[in-house]
Ligand binder design. Structure first.
Ligand code: NI
Length: 133
């Protein structure tokens, strides 16, 4: 990948903030932090503009909860075009961790995630959108 160099002018306070951020993110240099900030801003913009995105829905639940698994499976079938894969891990005797790799319009992914997360008995759920396509 071709890398460009450029110089920027910013206030001293802002530069201190950039360095503080670089340290707290444990990035090796300012360039890495600026690259990260551009990626985050682009991600937010793409999400707002309902672009095609990829990511994961992560759920934790107790599999003894009645109806939960059949409800979750029904929903996953209803939204099957958005779901690329499902990984189910038995965390311990009761708890399961399910990770759905998803791809689709940001709004649709959000609807699917919220429907899954709001199923009675889901202890934890989150949607992570990492890239746009
Ligand atoms: Ni399980």
């Amino acid at each position: 990948m071709y890398v460009s160099r450029f110089s920027i002018s910013i206030e001293k306070e802002l530069l201190e903030k950039l360095d503080k951020l670089t340290r707290s993110l444990r990035f090796p240099n300012r360039s890495r932090t600026i690259r990260y900030l551009i990626q985050q801003a682009t991600l937010q913009k793409n999400r707002k503009e309902n672009k095609e995105m990829a990511g994961a829905i992560v759920l934790i639940y107790n599999h003894h909860q009645r109806e939960l698994q059949s409800q979750a499976t029904r929903l996953q079938h209803d939204f099957h075009p958005l779901i690329l894969s499902v990984q189910h891990v038995h965390l311990d005797h009761e708890n399961c961790l399910e990770t759905l790799a998803v791809k689709g319009k940001a709004d649709e992914l959000e609807i699917l995630a919220n429907l899954l997360i709001s199923i009675k008995g889901i202890q934890y759920g989150t949607l992570v959108l990492t890239g746009s396509l």
